[in-house]
Ligand binder design. Sequence first.
Ligand SMILES: [Zn+2]
Length: 337
Amino acid sequence: MTSLSKLYPWQTQVWQHLNQDAQRMPHALLLHGRSGIGKYDFARNFSQALLCVDKNDQGFSCGHCSSCNWFNDDSHPDFRLLSPEQEVEAEDEVVSTKKTKKKTQISVAQIRDLASFLSLSSHRSGGLRIVLIHPAEALNLASANALLKMLEEPSDGVVFILVSHQIQRLLPTIISRCQKISMPIPDEAQSMAWLEEQGVVNAKQQLAYLEGSPIKVFAEQSQFNQLSEVWRLLAMASKLEPHIAAPALIANSVESGIIALQKWIYDLLAMRLGQHNRYHLAQADVLKVLAEKVNLDRLFVLQKKCNELRKLALHPLNHELQMESLLLEYTRAFSAK
Ligand SMILES: [Zn+2]
């Protein structure tokens, strides 16, 4: 078991709460809360434990029975995971390639495929079958309505577990069919303690940059080193060369590049307005100097463009050129003219 598949310390109570009622398991659970707090890992652990034939008295799976082995091999016959697979239609088919299409929706076909799974009995007498849906807001109207029918007429021994970062995007009729579980958010001390246990260095800085999500910090440690290079480039302000800086910003993805720029702009504005920098704890001095000379109007225009472009980040356009043009605007925000 990797450290990431264990229960996070801030989830102990909710785990106990759910296990107290293990005999009266509802047909559908909705685990909701902000992104990056370990809801999906929790849902997987809970699913494995529900299927395990030899779980311990705290309700944890044994990790070595046949059921656990199947689960860990992603081949459990009584478990289905539904995640987005439908491809976004590109506006222009000519430039679209498989590589650039991103999966954002859970399709109605995926839900309909569940019908045969739900009509079978479990592979173990008296056992459960579990459908995990992640993230539930990826259901579109058609697939949500198809799921609703299944929730309204629950098959015996089937548990639906929905995981959602944005519960407000779910159909109210779906929400009302589920037992809602508000997933706990780790406070800073819990996050720091856990990250230290994982041996993460510079945890405080990374936690600030990733908006308090210890799990994102753990998962994106290697990218954080790359960010130092991005910040070094952005600190050059008007002397930054867009064609050199653009590849560094989009090294991971164009979206993470735009996010890096958005967070940098956010802190520049914050400091200009006499507030604290929120994301870049170690760059306060640099940001302060830049904040004093930046042209606010141009920075606002750039901020708006970043927001617009982020929405389009899934589209198969020329990402490097887009980033270069943003960075060109960035340098202009510091030029005297
Ligand atoms: Zn087991």
